[in-house]
Design a protein around this ligand. Structure first.
Ligand code: NAD
Ligand code: UFG
Length: 337
């Protein structure tokens, strides 16, 4: 198939584009480079020995999208583009709704006008809010605690309405748990701008000496060791889930909603220990108060993805840390370092 991958130079988009191309698809990347580097394309070309086309553009720009669709003739769109920092979304809600909701709406309108009706959307476990129990199943109630999460719920609802109005659409709402790690080549990985807000990139920067120590946000949760528990999933497993979701939609019209996680939870201390083994050095840390808005435990029920897509995460926590460390060591200052 010929695929448009929005947000294609970003962390998850770049890994997914590599797997899509390796599965035989033709890929065009569309990104405004607000949170990524064009150099990722050089790295992808080194992995693939083939260079994906990058078109610099914004999903809020309808005229540019129309021109792209008229020129390219896509079969499907995989939509990663958007803003994802929870704290920033609280400070700048209009910006988040503009990129994540209006941007997606504009993209869907351009698709409808061009007759492209196969769409894969990056949703998030954040739509479950603070779940009543774990593991989290897809039919659990949704409740966002911040504008970022609400933007994901709104888009999920728009997509459901779209299918109701026109059942010829084929749409996947993929709810990612905590993507971490990097491609095994060490050529592409997560390259956050500024101070990382997520755990794994922060640990990476401590290990490589860019930051003195990790701050562990709370050790008084009701979890086995008191620190927060999450479902970390290797980004290459997550990427593979997109290839499988696309295959599923080719065979079946309608709406697919699945968790992409491992079904296992690990604590902050588990991650620190696993990373220290991978890097062969201790990760200094201090315990600090809980981070506002954090929940104790979050992990997926991964059975629906297995049943519907044949999806199973193959890479364990040690592998996630080893691959994250390889990327960090080879690129201590990211793509532009
Ligand atoms: P990322 O920031 O690395 O990638 C997003 C890409 O979109 C960036 O390259 C950025 O430049 C681009 N972009 C942003 N706004 C744009 C716009 N208006 N037009 C065109 N391009 C734009 O983030 P990521 O971690 O790869 O996340 C990809 C998607 O997955 C996002 O929608 C995010 O909300 C979702 N998601 C991420 C996580 C996570 O923990 N990383 C978890 C759940 C869901
Ligand atoms: N943590 C620390 N220190 C840090 C960063 C994080 O102790 O410097 C802890 C957090 O308190 C939490 C765990 O590490 O217990 C994971 O935190 P992350 O920030 O890495 O991930 P979250 O689960 O908080 O959130 C992430 C994304 C959200 C997304 C959610 C579910 O940031 O956008 O996963 O997909 F919605």
């Amino acid at each position: 198939m010929k695929l448009l991958v929005t947000g294609g130079t970003g962390y998850i988009g770049s890994h997914t584009a590599v797997l899509l191309m390796q599965a035989g698809h033709e890929v065009v990347l569309w990104d405004n480079l607000s949170n990524s580097s064009a150099r990722v394309v050089d790295r992808m070309a080194m992995i693939l020995r083939e260079r994906p086309l990058l078109v610099i553009g914004d999903v809020r720009d309808r005229a540019a999208l129309d021109a792209l669709f008229a020129h390219q003739g896509f079969d499907a769109v995989i939509h990663f583009a958007g803003l994802k920092a929870v704290g920033e979304s609280v400070e700048r809600p209009l910006l988040y709704y503009e990129h994540n909701v209006q941007g997606t709406l504009t993209l869907l309108q351009a698709m409808a006008a061009a007759g492209v009706r196969l769409f894969v959307f990056s949703s998030s476990a954040t739509v479950y809010g603070d779940p009543a129990s774990v593991p989290i199943r897809e039919d659990f109630p949704r409740a966002a605690t911040n504008p970022y999460g609400r933007s994901k719920i709104i888009v999920e609802d728009i997509l459901a309405d779209l299918i109701t109005a026109d059942p010829t659409w084929r749409i996947a709402r993929l709810r990612y748990f905590n993507p971490v790690g990097a491609h095994e080549s060490g050529l592409i990985g997560e390259d956050p701008r500024g101070t990382p807000s997520n755990l794994m990139p922060y640990i990476c920067q401590v290990a490589v000496g860019r930051r003195p120590q990790l701050r562990v946000f709370g050790d008084d949760y009701e979890t086995p060791d008191g620190t927060g528990v999450r479902d970390y999933i290797h980004v290459v497993d997550l990427a593979a889930g997109h290839v499988q979701a696309l295959d599923y939609l080719v065979g079946k019209a309608g709406l697919l909603t699945v968790n992409l996680g491992t079904g296992r939870g690990y604590s902050v201390r588990d991650l620190i220990a696993s990373f220290a083994r991978a890097a062969g050095r201790p990760i200094p840390y201090v315990i600090e108060p809980r981070r506002p808005g954090d929940i104790a435990t979050c992990y997926a029920d991964a059975q629906a993805a297995q049943r519907l897509l044949g999806f199973r995460a193959l890479r364990d926590l040690d592998r996630m840390c080893a691959d994250a460390w390889r990327w960090q060591q080879q690129n201590p200052h990211g793509y532009d370092g």
